[in-house]
Design a protein around this ligand. Sequence first.
Ligand SMILES: [Zn+2]
Length: 112
Amino acid sequence: MTNREELEKAKRHLESLKNAANKQLLSSSQQIESVRLLVDQNVSPGMFRPHKSSSNIFFANSLTIRAVKKDLFLAGEGFEDLKRVVSCTSCNQELDEQFWSFCPYCEGKLSK
Ligand SMILES: [Zn+2]
């Protein structure tokens, strides 16, 4: 699945969440529509660098883009309560499990 397809899927998922909860989970679907993740290998692993002039564009290295859970990244705020810190089984980096499918630093598995 390409990043674009994954973003589309995440967007549909978020829209269904909003409908199921019967409340506005997102500030606007327009905002999701225009969020883009662009590859920049100079950005540190696990980090996102906002675009200078567009608030909907973020740069991250390619491993970070693959590792991040797109739906939660796009939702932005409101997930702090669900924070669950786990550590990478390879490099021991501590990560918030809700945002990562795998370690954005070394591609290792996250502990359960
Ligand atoms: Zn790791």
